[in-house]
Design a protein around this ligand. Structure first.
Ligand code: ZN
Length: 167
């Protein structure tokens, strides 16, 4: 029999029978609701990501042959590119690129991909639920696995074989 097992370090395992496609979908729905309501796993996906206190943009002015660095304090949003008037005397404006830590970029990329997925999942879209659950299965409290149950008789037979092999 196929089962889906969910557990985390603060909770005993929940084991769902997923031996048919219908039961598997029911289990995904139940796990999604459990993570959403009881563990609040998706709260960060329910709104926009909080903005950083300040964001740094860097670019280059060819006329002045100098690097440009602009710090945006309390930005209203964090665009990845930003057109800024030249701080030197060239009179042009330059395209500046956002300078974010790798983990911030990853967090924003993930949020951008998963926020719409969560919206669909919350409406009951089973494909969105499945994708979201698997994409986030590496997060703490969100891990689960689908596996075949162990047949006790087969397991005993395998052990017996190993026992004989050792003699
Ligand atoms: Zn310039």
């Amino acid at each position: 029999m196929k089962v889906l097992i969910y557990e985390n370090r603060k909770q005993d395992p929940i084991i769902f029978d997923v031996s048919t496609k219908e039961k598997y979908h029911d289990a995904l729905r139940a796990l999604f609701a459990h993570l959403d309501v009881d563990w609040m796993a998706y709260d960060s996906l329910k709104g926009p990501l909080p903005l950083p206190e300040s964001t740094t943009y860097t670019g280059y002015c060819p006329s002045a042959e100098a690097g440009i660095e602009v710090v945006m304090k309390k930005p209203k949003r964090v665009p990845l590119e930003y057109e800024s008037p030249c701080p030197f005397a060239c009179g042009k404006s330059h395209k500046l690129e956002v300078k974010l830590d790798a983990w911030v970029v990853e967090e924003r990329r993930e949020h951008e991909a998963q926020a719409p997925l969560y919206k669909d999942a919350a409406k009951g879209d089973i494909d969105a639920i499945e994708t979201l659950l698997y994409e986030r299965a590496g997060n703490e409290y969100e891990g689960f696995s689908v596996q075949e149950t162990t047949g006790a008789i087969n397991m005993l037979a395998e052990i017996e074989k190993r026992r004989k092999g050792r003699k």
